[in-house]
Design a protein around this ligand. Structure first.
Ligand code: 9PG
Length: 684
């Protein structure tokens, strides 16, 4: 089946409702309106725009409580990805007939009690307790014949596009793309839909989306970074002492991380950002100074658009808060575990709110000296858009305001629709929170797409890998390698660690590395230096993944088994090196359930890096390599922390070689000839 598309439009004139026949490219007149579907050819596909205006001779106005939708009929799909509403919303490639269940009604009393629908789009999209269907926002990918078709909104700053998949048989169905309409009446020409439809490799189509958008905003994605956040071990009980303890471990071990970030728990109440808890007795400025003096950038958590029921902010300024149609405060959630219970959403357009947040931000960044702001629960800003504004517009206004008041500090966005944050934040969470265990059976059974769960987080980490470096830098959430306060198995922790390091570029943990045992510390340090992964190709079968990628000149292949059962994978012919197994030749191998492995592909001929010990991505500690006959010149990254050996493949004819001027003996191993060098290198 070949893909085909059309656009459907409905509108209202006076009391009459009109549904137009499906349209393709061209100009059309209908009762009271003139409409244009414009198709612009692009290298890998097209950009489609839809304009509507009152027809000449009418009364010059028409209302748009109606709907505009682009529909693409597609067949022969091997996979389908829809981007979830906000950071935490599960977003992954699925089989086209695999429809998730959302918010099962038998859990409804519980879901209502904890207001779980408020965190995602179920609150306003009308999908809750009704089967839900498979839907997402802003961009989607179809996999057909080994290629990716990207369908992406080009005006998500103005209005969110809801994307639905309507299955029509085993590998067929319809993708329906419907932007929000602003409401009110239209008096002039109005662009109501603008999207890209591109087919190519994943890398090609996403690059073209970026170029066609002219970038996504003023912030260029910075390089990969790493650090520590207090949340996933201390949670809301974090103290100044906990942070100082970790800081001293980081210093003692010499971990070349970027950030030490204090999460939720330092403030008296969510909303009262200028009132610090007594568990931070010296105040927040002294701690930021300690972190800076140790050579790290201090980070802090804030949820600027909400306040707790118990906050002073709410009791002093109830007029600053959003209210529902009944006049009652609009709750953004109910969290009796970490907070006092209900949290309420602020009105981002209220001048009092804006002044207050300006003061908070200038205190936190200026007086206190924090340089990374983790800004969380941001979705709350768009819970109830004022008349005449779309939800997409409100969310983008909110993010532009945060960028403005953050000054030169970096932003890590969290709990936010991705396209609203694009180009306005340096880093953004692209998945749910990880948990101390792999899955939360009850939340999963309830069908809660934003649930705190390690597997939920991992699915989005893989599913949303393409946004890294385009919209912002992807934060996959933390890795955990510790043996205390964690109920994951070794395999589960290792898989989380590999996936985060492979697909994400903000690499955080909440573990105190000073408490690691020898093996845990070795694995933790193996991720340094943090380097960019490029030319990534991912093949999926069920929840098993084969990932090809490169770091500099080195080529890798990784296998990830997120399923419960073991599975046989295949390494293509050739010689490989992995941290766990050292050298191995291609062929079949088994991976247990929830386990993963990553291999360096050893170069076939001449001189090449053949591996290095203590590196998650073997050989990636080497940043320079060249050979002039048997004279080899090598450089290791100064952020490489593992000692051990580095292996260089040399031709069969080599008897002896020099590495940075020093003579190195050559050994026969696994059927090839290897120069074995000890790290750190002498003569650097
Ligand atoms: C602090 C935490 C951490 C964490 C954030 C966010 O109920 N929920 O669905 C829910 C989801 C995420 C969440 C809290 C509640 O965590 O993602 O990193 O900063 O807030 O409170």
């Amino acid at each position: 089946m070949k893909n085909s598309w059309n656009i459907t439009f409905s509108y209202q004139l006076g009391n009459e409702h009109y549904d137009l026949e499906p349209l393709t490219t061209g100009i059309r007149f209908a009762e009271g309106v003139r409409i244009v579907v414009e198709e612009r050819a692009l290298p890998l596909g097209k950009r489609l725009l839809f304009f509507a205006e009152p027809a000449p001779g009418g009364d010059g106005l028409f209302a748009v409580p109606g709907k505009v939708s682009f529909e693409l009929k597609a067949g022969g799909l091997s996979g389908l990805f829809l981007n979830g509403y906000q950071s935490w919303t599960e977003s992954r490639e699925r089989d086209p007939d695999d429809i998730p269940v959302r918010f099962r009604s038998i859990f409804s009393p519980w879901i209502r009690h904890y207001l779980l629908e408020r965190y995602g789009d179920a609150f306003f999209s009308g999908s809750s307790f009704r089967g839900g269907g498979y839907h997402g926002y802003s961009f989607a990918c179809l996999k057909q014949d080994g290629k990716t078709t990207l369908c992406a909104g080009m005006s998500e700053k103005e209005a969110f596009s809801r994307i639905e998949w309507i299955p029509g048989g085993k590998e067929e169905g319809t993708l329906r793309f419907s932007p929000e309409l602003p409401g009110g009446s239209i008096g002039g020409v109005r662009k109501l839909l603008d999207l890209l439809l591109l087919t190519g490799t994943e890398e090609e189509v996403f690059d073209l989306w970026y170029r066609e958008s002219g970038g996504f905003g003023p912030v260029d994605p910075p390089a990969p970074a790493s650090g520590w956040t207090s949340w996933y071990d201390s949670y809301e009980k974090v103290t100044e002492e906990d942070v100082l303890q970790v800081l001293s471990s980081y210093r003692r071990i010499g971990i070349p991380a970027d950030f030490i970030q204090i999460d939720d728990g330092w403030q008296e109440s969510v909303g009262d950002w200028l009132n610090v808890k007594p568990t931070f007795p010296r105040g927040m400025a002294a701690l930021a100074e300690d972190i800076s003096n140790a050579g790290y950038r201090p980070g802090i958590w804030l949820a600027p658009f909400i306040a707790e029921a118990s906050s002073r902010l709410l009791s002093v300024h109830p007029e600053w808060f959003l209210r529902g149609e009944d006049g009652a405060l609009l709750a953004a959630g109910n969290n009796p575990f970490n907070w006092s219970g209900y949290s309420y959403a602020l009105d981002i357009y209220h001048p009092g709110v804006r002044d207050y947040l300006r003061t908070v931000f200038s205190t936190v960044t200026g007086r206190w000296g924090y340089r990374l702001l983790k800004l969380d629960f941001l979705y709350a800003a768009a819970l109830s858009p004022p008349v005449g504004k779309t939800r997409g517009r409100v969310m983008r206004d909110a993010m532009e305001f945060l960028r403005e008041i953050a000054g030169g500090a970096q932003i890590l966005g969290c709990g936010v629709p991705l396209l609203s944050a694009a180009g306005l934040v340096e880093y953004c969470r692209i998945g749910s929170d990880v948990a101390l265990k792999w899955e939360d059976a009850r939340l999963r059974a309830a069908g809660y797409p934003e649930r705190v769960s390690t597997i939920n987080s991992l699915r989005s980490t893989i599913g949303r890998r393409m946004t890294d470096g385009l919209l912002f830098r992807n934060d996959p959430d933390v890795s955990m390698l510790r043996s205390w306060n964690c109920r994951m198995t070794e395999r589960e922790k290792e898989t989380l660690f590999l996936c985060n390091n492979l697909f994400g570029t903000l690499l955080f943990t909440s573990d105190d590395p000073g408490r690691y045992n020898e093996n845990e510390l070795r694995l933790f340090l193996s991720a340094y230096p943090v380097r960019k992964k490029e030319h990534m190709e991912v093949e999926r079968e069920g929840e098993r993944f084969t990932v090809r990628f490169s770091i500099g000149m080195l080529r890798y292949i990784a296998f990830i088994n997120l399923e419960r059962g073991h599975h046989r994978f295949h390494l293509p012919e050739g010689l490989y090196y992995s941290m766990k197994e050292s050298f191995r030749i291609g062929g079949d191998f088994e991976l247990a359930g929830r386990h993963s492995a990553c291999f360096l592909r050893v170069g076939e001929e001449g001189y090449s890096i053949a591996g290095s010990t203590g590196q998650l991505f073997p050989g990636s500690d080497c940043t320079h390599f060249s050979a002039d006959g048997d004279d080899i010149s090598l450089a290791l990254d100064p952020k490489a922390l593992s000692d051990g050996l580095l292996f260089i493949r040399v031709p069969l004819t080599s008897r002896e070689c020099r590495v940075n001027g020093r003579v190195v003996e050559i050994e026969e191993k696994v059927g090839i000839r290897l120069a074995v060098v000890e790290k750190p290198l002498s003569g650097r």
